[in-house]
Write a protein that binds this ligand. Structure first.
Ligand SMILES: NC(=O)c1ccc[n+]([C@@H]2O[C@H](COP(=O)([O-])OP(=O)(O)OC[C@H]3O[C@@H](n4cnc5c(N)ncnc54)[C@H](O)[C@@H]3O)[C@@H](O)[C@H]2O)c1
Length: 298
């Protein structure tokens, strides 16, 4: 197995520091030409210079992922400069933590706007190019806070889980155009986690240990529809699954049967990872038909 990103063109958003910087450097080390996006001009330019100094190709692009015209211009410039856009790492992000009870709705909307709509904006601008060239690798940055919850992060968790939903559908829609779409849930010590977790909890969580996952997801041989967890050199996968459950039918005491059967509904024996949302309908219709067959056989 080998990875060669030579002549691939990548955009990494929020790459002026933290994880984005590590991703940009890692992609460039494998030969990719990198657009280093960040709202911080200082950060973006420093990272682009770091890549260039190491013999790679990079250009800084200073804009917010929430600024649609600027995002469109960033993608158009990349295509004009280097001829394509092959890899998109949606990484830019912010926090506005508070418990839901105390959360200002403007802070909720801002976090959704940056993480979800920011990723949508850049992906929407890159998508036609990827479709036209029949190739693309899109990575969304989700989080364990979205996948599993985290006290004080309702806005962030909702936005991050929305990206998993976006991935599920874009992976299906992109498949026939050679576009693969995945999510990364990193854990790393950055300015974002400063003060959020103790020094002890963040030990060993270097951003550089996450980026190999991004490189693998950016490669031609990447999977699609994977939620890859990465931190401290460890890699895991999260699945959205469906249990076998139970069929209750149109019984007058259906609610009572649901209540009495939580354990069977939750039982993970025979659990599946549905290939699309249609699997739920199919499973339920089949279970209903099987129940009808067994009633008529009785
Ligand atoms: N650090 C972790 O443990 C962790 C865990 C889960 C998810 N994440 C996610 O990883 C990504 C990177 O986080 P990080 O820890 O490196 O944080 P960070 O704060 O170090 O880096 C985020 C970068 O995004 C930039 N940015 C913020 N808003 C932007 C915008 N609107 N447009 C363009 N750039 C913008 C910032 O200037 C900064 O350089 C984020 O999406 C974050 O939610 C991080």
């Amino acid at each position: 197995m080998s990875i060669d990103l030579t002549n691939r063109v990548a955009i990494v958003t929020g790459a002026g520091g933290g994880l984005g910087r590590s991703h940009a450097l890692a992609l460039a080390r494998y030969g990719a030409r990198v657009v280093v996006n960040d709202m911080s001009a200082q950060g973006a330019e420093a990272v682009a210079a770091e890549i260039t100094a190491a013999g790679g190709q990079a250009v800084a692009c200073v804009c917010s992922v929430t600024d649609r015209p600027a995002v469109q211009a960033m993608v158009d410039d990349a295509v004009e400069r280097w001829g394509s856009i092959d890899i998109l790492v949606n990484n830019a992000g912010i926090l506005r933590d508070r418990t839901f009870a105390k959360m200002d709705l403007d802070d909720f909307a801002l976090v959704v706007d940056v993480h979800l709509m920011g990723s949508v904006n850049v992906t929407k601008a890159a998508w036609p190019h990827m479709r036209q060239q029949g190739y693309g690798r899109v990575i969304f940055t989700t989080s364990s806070s979205g996948l599993y919850g985290n006290f004080g992060q309702s806005n962030y968790g909702a936005a991050k889980m929305a990206l998993v939903g976006l991935m599920q559908t874009l992976a299906l829609e992109g498949e026939k155009s050679g576009i693969r779409v995945n999510c990364l849930a990193p854990s790393a010590a950055t300015q974002m986690t400063d003060g959020l977790y103790s020094e002890e909890a963040l030990r060993g969580l270097s951003t550089d240990l996450v980026s190999p996952g991004v490189v693998a997801l950016a490669d031609e041989d990447s999977p699609t529809r994977v939620v890859l967890l990465a931190g401290a050199g460890g890699f895991e996968q999260a699945h959205v699954t469906m249990t076998q459950g139970i069929h209750v039918g149109a019984s007058p005491d259906a609610a009572l049967q649901v209540q009495a059967n939580w354990a069977r509904i939750a039982d993970r024996t025979g659990e599946q990872v549905p290939a699309s949302g249609a699997a739920q309908y199919q499973h339920e219709v089949e279970a209903a038909a099987a129940a009808t067959r067994s009633r008529s056989a009785a």
